[in-house]
Design a protein around this ligand. Sequence first.
Ligand code: ATP
Ligand code: MG
Length: 572
Amino acid sequence: MRYSEMFLPTIRELPSDAEVVSHQLMLRAGMIRRLANGIYSYLPFGYRAIRKVEQIVREEMNKAGAQELFMPMVQPAELWQESGRWQLYGKELLRFKDRGEREFCLGPTHEEVITDIVRNEVKSYRHLPRNLYQIQMKFRDEVRPRFGVMRCREFAMKDAYSFDADYAGLDMSYQKMHKAYCNIFSRCGLEYRAVEADTGSIGGSSSHEFMVMAQTGESEVVYCPQCQYAANMEKAEIAKPQDVAPLNANKFLPMEEIYTPNVRTIEEVCNFLQVSAKDVVKTLIMVADGNPVAILIRGDEDVNEIKVKNYLQCAEIELADETTIMSVAGSPRGFVGAVGIKCRVIADYSLLGAGNVVMGANKEDYHSKNANPGRDYDVKEFADLRVMHDGDVCPRCGSLIRIVRGIEVGHIFKLGTKYSEKLRAVFLDAEGKERVMIMGCYGIGIGRTVASSIEQNHDESGIIWPMAIAPFDVIITTVNINDELSHSRSQQLYDELSAAGVDVLWDDRNERAGVKFNDADLLGIPLRITIGPKKISENIVEIKERKSGAVTEIGFSEICSKVLEVKRKLLG
Ligand code: ATP
Ligand code: MG
């Protein structure tokens, strides 16, 4: 492609509305333009990177035995009512009516549609397993679209769905996808980790997220440098403490109620009573599927709501409102404790062995001191309910864990029969018995993958593409396009490289050298070949690697084979 002909509007200044570097650079390098909140167009330079990622995804999915199809983005409400998600999905699902007043939505995901296709066509175990995938647009009316195409509303996703006759089959399908995802993200040149993820209300089955390591990531990832345990923070397990001394009732001090006017937060309580947060119990009233429950945790720890939700196996959980708190505790927020509370009580492991504690007295402006379990309040249930943090240990091997930030680029999930049961996707087994299909689903955000690559690979001058997903392999920078020899040699090299299957951008613009070098750095094409008037008269050109900055001079006749060699090396 000749730069002079390419639709490649670059921007010199920092875009004011872009918070993260990938968003800034995608705008500046003329890759994307915003149409509406969370809705973007890909311009030619950006779309080339998208297509490279898609190609890698296709190759690895096909290699893993999945088959590509293409499903509609507009989906009828009836299917979503059948699965129950028409009610459950909430505002992320964009719903509308056609001229005949029939209800539809824009697909945020395609479990319903694929299950409908498969239930109609597959009737026998002989036609299982099957794994079908597509690369298709999704629409999710996100509450807070941000970071450009990283979290937008309309985006391309590769989504795959596996159908197996039994759970052993699902395990195999899942393993194949896990492997395919590792291949895809390695080939894209990303530094990533597969981490255990929360499976939400489905429970039991497993799920992994593929996280690209980046400071700007929205997720926190916990991993163990010793045994390779890795999990999303939402899911990161904390082992039950083993070395807790049992409570000794002889050491219980008399409980006192202390007047603590307007003292509500843990910090205020610690200051007022001159105690450490470790001696205070935080009591959180939550409502799980309509039922109030009290969660007790040590004052210096935080409750992980997802763990509470999973422990209770409930569909919805939220913090209780003032009225609910008043009805179970008899006091307003800030003075709630476990003594005399009128609801189920669950304590975090951090309270195992805790005695003589400070907690709300369930009386406005009062706290209790020296409250003790068994004597003053009852706790029958202890569980892992807290947020992991620095200093915690690995639940598998006991070594110190590390916490890093990551961007979720892929997600694989054992669905089991969640959709096949609701939509009755059944088949006849070898004995002629009807059975429900066992499903898995597997997603990759295409645009988010490109954006995370930039998040990981850039410097102050611009993008640094890994060869595998770079919009072009090589940029030929002709320093002075009006120099006849420079022009003809550049043309010759451009033709030769193109014929050899190299993606070349030829900067043939009549611009100053400085402008051309700056644009080349901003665009981040892995190799730059500079053709300058003086050197080319001696048959010499310069080749520069964007990543290392290493510059070599090389004879004009050798440049084509050199480029092919470097390209092979960079593709690994
Ligand atoms: P998130 O927690 O980031 O919202 P999700 O769990 O909703 O992600 P999935 O439903 O598992 O995501 O979708 C599969 C993949 O699609 C994600 O791993 C991500 O790469 C991509 N994706 C999801 N939501 C968006 C979005 N709003 N913008 C861009 N890509 C997205
Ligand atoms: Mg989401």
